[in-house]
Every structure is written in structure tokens, then in C-alpha cells.
Design a protein around this ligand. Sequence first.
Ligand SMILES: Cc1ncc(COP(=O)(O)O)c(C=O)c1O
Length: 355
Amino acid sequence: MTFDEARAAFPVLERLAYLNAGSMGPLSRGTAEAMRTRLYDDLERGRGGGAYIEEMLRLRADVRAALAALIGVEPQQLALTSSTTDGCNIVLAGLGLGPEDEIVTTDAEHFGLAGPLHTSGARVRVARLGDGDPVGAILGEVSARTRLLALSHVAWTSGNSLSPLELKRETGLPVLVDGAQSVGAIEVDAAPFDFYTVSGQKWLCGPDATGALYVADPDRLHVARPTYFSQSSFEPGGAFTPTEGAARFDSGWIAVPSLAGLEVALRQAPDWRFERVLAASERCRALLAEHFDVVTAPGQSGLVSFRADTPAALVARAAERGVVIREIPGTGLVRVSCGYWTSDGDLERLLDALV
Ligand SMILES: Cc1ncc(COP(=O)(O)O)c(C=O)c1O
């Protein structure tokens, strides 16, 4: 697949310099058509019967296998969820931590991780990252009571990597990685970690409310939020035998049109995507750095963030010129997301809109 072919799959790019995959990726024509076809099948044939259930289960299995392959793990280690937030909640509810236990996190986390941490029952120690080395700051919060490190692979604010692999190697502690800004943007090997979340709607360009959770050892995490998919059999009163593998953590029914759309989105992404994301974000950094204080280091992911005096006004001005970017509330930062589909023309439009 050439760059032009890959780009042509996304109709929004014909109109807009769409630089917002860190929030929601562009939808491809193929993804939307698969969803529409499935929705109309449901409309005409109904949503029941053996063939319907079989097709739903096939789609779940296909999507599970494709997502597992993408992050280098076994399908039996992957739960289907509705989001990264959902994945974080499943892990933190299942760990059964108490006030004697500590979790170390950072002050750069999205509420999708921070909220579940706060309700986990454990004491949360927050590493202040500032502009320095994230690894040192995080290690400084680790104590004999630390039961979990919980952090993003790529910070949604600065776009910088928080080096989760180095932290895993240094500490040997269980690590929950928020993969919302990494999976689909950069090459990910989730296998060294204990838990790793996936958002389907961002860099994977999947439908809304899709995602996944890698659980290295499903037998060691309690099923705290059972759904129908969690059990292979159950008794009156609810005692149940868990489903084999991480499917026991599946967070419930996923709309069948969404599964069909996600299946296509995962299949469509070109194999050169990761090099292209890094090249596009490097070009974006270089262009922005001529005019702004860029806080993203080279070679991180698809996000590029810079400081602005009036972020909201700048984002609004860009929107008027057909350029979609966003501000990060409370930080003074504006964030640009560069995907494998981002062209030099998109970046020129960005600069024209901002400067
Ligand atoms: C780092 C990070 N974590 C979590 C989330 C929430 O993702 P989801 O909507 O998939 O729960 C986001 C969304 O922007 C994010 O950037």
C-alpha cells in the first residue's frame, strides 16, 4: 500500500488537516462501510439465532487475535474492553489492594488511569515529573510497600515516553501500562509488562468504545467485574468457573457493527506505519520549533506538544482554518497528533494556521 492509497482511505483528510488521533483517530471509508453493512444486516435479519451468535463470536476472536499480535502477546492474554479507562478499572478493582499498599504513578496521567487508581483502595504516590528524568522521579517514590507501578507508555500531555520498560527492569515490580497513546502509533511489545491497555478509537482508527487489556497471568488477577463472557459455567447465586484466559475480563457486549469496523481498521493499517508516524512527528517538531517552545523530545511517538500563551485561542484559530488540534487543559500546552496518514501539506496548513 502506498502513502497516497493509505491516505485516501480517510475521507476527512480531503477537507481537514486532521491532527487529532491522540483523541480520536480518523475513520476510514472501509471501517465505516463494514459497520454500516453489519448494522443493516442486523436491521434486516434481526439480532439472534445461531448464525448471528457464531458471527459475533468469530468477530470477537478475530479482533482479539489481531490486537494480541499487534502488541506481541497471546490471544489468551487479551481481554476485549471498551477503552483504556475500562482496562485500568478492571485491573485496579481486581488487585484487591488496601490502605497498607502503595501504587506509584506520575502527575502526567490521564484521568482514565488516575481515576481508577484513586478508587483502588491503595495509597497512591505521585511522582512529579517536571522537565527532568521520569525514571528517577518515579523510582524516588518506590518503597517496600509498592505493589504496582501504573503509568502511561507515552504521556498524553508532553508526548514523551515515560520509559516503562526501564522501570520494569529496574524494579521488577508489577507494572500497569496505559497504552492509549502508544498502541497503533509506535511499535509496542507488551509482553514484558503485567498489564497493558489499548484504546481502539485513537491510533488504531477503530470505532468508538473499543479497546483491549493485556493480562500477563490471568489466573493471578481476580475477576472483580464479571460479565457474561467471564464464566464458562455458573450456579444459581452466581458462583462461576472463569472462562479460560484473559477473556474472563472481557468487559461485556461490544456492538457487533463496532467489532466489524475494528476488524477492518486493524487489517487496513499499512506495515510501514510506525516509521511514517515518527517521520511525520519529527517533521512537525522541526516546523513548530522554529516558532514555539516544543516540549516533546525527538523520536517519541505521534504526539507533538508545544507551549502557547493562549492555547484555547490558538486551537480555535486553527479550527477556523480547517486544522484540528487540541489543547491540554491546565498545562498551557497545545498538542498535535501526527499519524501515518499525515502529509507535509497537513503540516504546512498547521503552520499557516498558527503563525
Ligand atoms: C494517556 C491516556 N490514557 C487514557 C485515556 C483515556 O482513553 P479511553 O477513552 O480509551 O479510556 C487517554 C485519552 O485521551 C489518554 O490519552
